[in-house]
Design a protein around this ligand. Structure first.
Ligand code: NAG
Ligand code: NAG
Ligand code: NAG
Ligand code: NAG
Ligand code: NAG
Ligand code: NAG
Ligand code: NAG
Ligand code: NAG
Ligand code: NAG
Ligand code: NAG
Ligand code: NAG
Ligand code: NAG
Length: 650
């Protein structure tokens, strides 16, 4: 504790005199001056004992120190340089001429101011705790006389206790005085001390102890600053929590929705700031102030203007996808202090945090969890539930038509999907073979199962014969649920198409020479296989074999190809040309003659030049008979010189 001692000694003079108003002794005619003394231990004393009597045998002092003999004087002085006898009782006596000796005791009080006055509290070490009783002790060492000692206790500058000592001891003693205190909060600043006063007359001697300072520990008090606040959405706000307490309380914050999560505040201080208020901030914030002795907490409500409170109900799972007739179980949990929590499914109330159904047989069920929270009030959370049903049957058919289709005609394919729910999760996909054609979706919000029959318009071409069409109902319930796919059986198309006559083999106009018949080839493709038929004037001379018609005469020849779908035809006009063959033959004969003459001429020149020499075997070798070279060519008897090349020489 505090060891500092404040000692103030108000001792103006070493010896205090105090005069009595001239008391004369009737019995003993002596006068003591001064009549009594208070002397500081070790100081000198000098007392005049005088008498008014002139007729006496003598007078003197009787004392353990400074005594005198019997002297025949009018006054005698008792003088001690250094009075150190605590119990001294000096006496002045007078022996008269007649009568008995008389004497008078001189009252002298030795005093000593305390060596030390100190205050302590032995019962504690460390800070005091509010409400506990402690004993303070004031030790006064080596003081005399105790009769004159007055001990005063001070709390601040106010006297709280005064103690005197009923003890006749004249020797110096160590004494102590105790004082019980029960400190209250905020008494940290209150200073206790004691004072020892020797009440010896008009000039008291006072010695004060040191001041005793101590901390008073107390738990945090009621939190005062914290108030409910209202803030605009998006704006900042702060909650100010301040509490008294010693040691200084530490603060922490919790939000009623998450009572176990400590919120961050400014470096452990008492201020909690919300930078941008949202609906999440609506509710109670609790400030906790704590120190080693205890804790206090207070809540304040935050309202956010323009924001809806977030309902703290948590559904597990948050949304469900369930097949009609299947079991379902959803639980509802409170994240904050809840007063009441239960499920409702329309009019029915399920007083439990879990809603379970073994067989869900309600297409339009609307379950929800309702709760009443402290700080928020009543709120509810609906369960997002999707009840689905896989279609009973998916089949494909041709609308208003049966049998084979005809190329180029419009048809409607229909996909019949029976009893599916919900439609808004359905995608109908059309396929031709594996090639996707079209997707059909529904915006119907109905929850009950329905039949749907989407159609697909097709205009088949001849290539589509044998094509397989399918439709597929995809019930896509992802991500919470499964994806179910039901595909129809394939629909095979039979496509009939009209005959197409191969025009590349059948010219529209065909010349024919007299005597030279021409063949007209009529080919056609179509489905079913077309029947080929030539139409012409029956008088014409023709020969017909399958689709091939051999014509001899001019005329119109009508090739028809017929099947179920249509009859196609191409009309060939056969024209008879003049017979230019004799002319051509004559011209050819003439040209042969001319060429022959030229050839003979060249040959004759060549022969003259070479008749004396040998035949070159390397050159073309003529036959042994030159005349044998004349080719007998048909009816033309024109001899043509021909060079016959001997085969090996080539
Ligand atoms: C003592 O007292 C007497 C009578 O009053 C006086 O005459 C005398 O001078 C005194 N002596 C001293 C030393 O003061
Ligand atoms: C007085 O006497 C005491 C003890 O006898 C001694 O210690 C002290 O020094 C003396 N003082 C004077 C001033 O003579
Ligand atoms: C007085 O007493 C206290 C406690 O015993 C001590 O600590 C202090 O030093 C003393 N002061 C003096 C002046 O002797
Ligand atoms: C005690 O001290 C205070 C200020 O320190 C003063 O106002 C008050 O008057 C004092 N009381 C007494 C009884 O001295
Ligand atoms: C002081 O002591 C005396 C005897 O020792 C007694 O008669 C008296 O009552 C006491 N006074 C107090 C205040 O205790
Ligand atoms: C919080 O309260 C304390 C004590 O009243 C005050 O000093 C301080 O300025 C307040 N802070 C805010 C942000 O209101
Ligand atoms: C939810 O409420 C129950 C009482 O209804 C309570 O025991 C439990 O602690 C609460 N849970 C939370 C996270 O507050
Ligand atoms: C639900 O049950 C609890 C006790 O199990 C009861 O206190 C409460 O009143 C019930 N609530 C309803 C709406 O039935
Ligand atoms: C599905 O529907 C088609 C056409 O209505 C029918 O032929 C077929 O038998 C049905 N299949 C089932 C499994 O009901
Ligand atoms: C149909 O949907 C599938 C995906 O599911 C997509 O790949 C395809 O392109 C869509 N087809 C049409 C015609 O929209
Ligand atoms: C018709 O003529 C074509 C080609 O000239 C030939 O390939 C085909 O066999 C003929 N058809 C008949 C039936 O003779
Ligand atoms: C060719 O025959 C078809 C089928 O009999 C007929 O419709 C068409 O008119 C005929 N064409 C001509 C040019 O006679």
């Amino acid at each position: 504790m505090c060891e500092i001692i404040f000692c103030r000694i108000f001792l103006g003079f070493p010896v205090l005199l105090w005069m009595a108003g001239g008391p004369t002794h009737a019995t003993c005619p002596i006068e003591l001056n001064p009549p009594r003394l208070v002397v500081k231990y070790g100081d000198s004393v000098s007392v005049n004992c005088s008498t008014s009597a002139t007729d006496h045998e003598g007078m003197g002092w009787e004392a353990t120190f400074g005594g005198t003999g019997l002297e025949k004087v009018n006054f005698v002085i008792w003088n001690v340089e250094n009075l150190t006898d605590w119990t001294i009782q000096p006496k002045c006596y007078l022996t008269p001429n007649e009568g008995e000796q008389c004497s008078e005791m001189f009252p002298v009080i030795l005093y000593k101011t305390p060596d030390n006055v100190s205050v302590s509290s032995q019962s504690i070490s460390g800070p005091m705790v509010e409400g506990t009783e402690y004993q303070l002790q004031c030790d006064i060492r080596n003081v005399a006389p105790l009769q004159s000692l007055v001990v005063r206790w001070y709390k601040g500058n106010e006297t709280v206790k005064t103690q005197t000592f009923n003890d006749s001891t004249r020797n110096p003693e160590d004494v102590s005085s105790t004082f019980n205190i029960t400190p209250r909060r905020f008494e940290d600043e209150v200073k206790y001390r004691c004072e020892a006063e020797l009440d010896l007359g008009p000039l008291p001697s006072v010695i004060s102890s040191q001041t005793l300072n101590f901390a008073v520990y107390f738990p945090p008090q009621n939190i005062l600053e914290l108030r409910d606040t209202e803030v605009d959405v998006g704006s900042p706000t702060g909650l100010n929590c301040s509490s008294n307490g010693n040691p200084r309380p530490e603060y922490s914050w919790t939000y009623h929705r998450a009572p176990n999560v400590k919120l961050k505040n400014d470096d452990g201080g008492s201020l909690l700031t919300i930078e941008q208020a949202t609906g999440e901030n609506i509710g109670y914030y609790i400030c906790h102030a704590s120190n080693t002795l205890g804790k206090a907490s207070k809540k304040a409500r935050v309202s956010v203007r323009g924001a809806e409170p977030v309902c703290p109900i948590k559904l597990i799972p948050e949304s469900v996808v369930v097949e009609y007739g299947s079991p379902i179980s959803v639980s509802c949990s409170n994240t904050t202090s809840v007063e009441e929590i239960y499920w409702t499914t329309g009019p029915e109330v399920v007083n439990d945090t879990t809603w379970s159904v073994l067989e869900l047989l309600d297409w339009d069920i609307r379950p929800g969890c309702k709760a009443t929270f402290q700080g928020i009030g009543r709120c509810s959370k609906p369960l997002h539930i999707t009840v689905y049903k896989i279609p009973d049957n998916v089949s494909i058919s041709v609308l208003r038509h049966s049998g084979p289709m005809v190329e180029g005609t419009e048809y409607q394919l229909q996909c019949d999907i029976q009893s599916i729910a919900p439609l808004r999760n359905l995608v109908v996909k059309w396929y031709k073979g594996n090639e996707p054609l079209d997707n059909v979706t529904y915006s119907n919000v109905s929850k009950i199962p329905e039949d749907v029959s989407p159609t697909l318009m097709i205009i088949p071409s001849r290539d589509d014969d044998g094509a397989q069409y399918r439709c597929r109902a995809e019930l896509d319930l992802r991500p919470e649920g499964p994806q179910h796919t039901v595909t129809s059986k394939p629909l095979s198309l039979t496509v009939h198409y009209k005959p197409r006559i191969n025009a590349s083999r059948l010219p529209l106009r065909m010349p024919v020479f007299r005597g030279y018949p021409e063949e007209l080839v009529c080919e056609a493709e179509g489905y079913p296989q077309p029947r080929i038929q030539w139409l012409y004037d029956p008088a014409k001379h023709v020969s017909e074999a399958g689709g091939n018609l051999t014509v001899f005469e001019a005329g119109l020849y009508n090739c028809t190809a017929t099947n179920d779908v249509e009859t196609s035809f191409i009309v060939v006009e056969v024209v008879l040309n003049e017979d230019y063959l004799p002319l051509i033959a004559g011209f050819v004969a003439f040209m042969v003659v001319v060429i022959s003459v030229i050839f003979v001429f060249i040959y004759s020149i060549y022969y003259k030049n070479t008749k004396m020499g040998r035949y070159s075997l390397k050159k073309a070798k003529l036959s042994s008979t030159p005349n044998g070279n004349v080719a007998q060519n048909g009816g033309l008897d024109t001899p043509l010189p021909m060079t016959k090349l001997s085969q090996p020489n080539i």
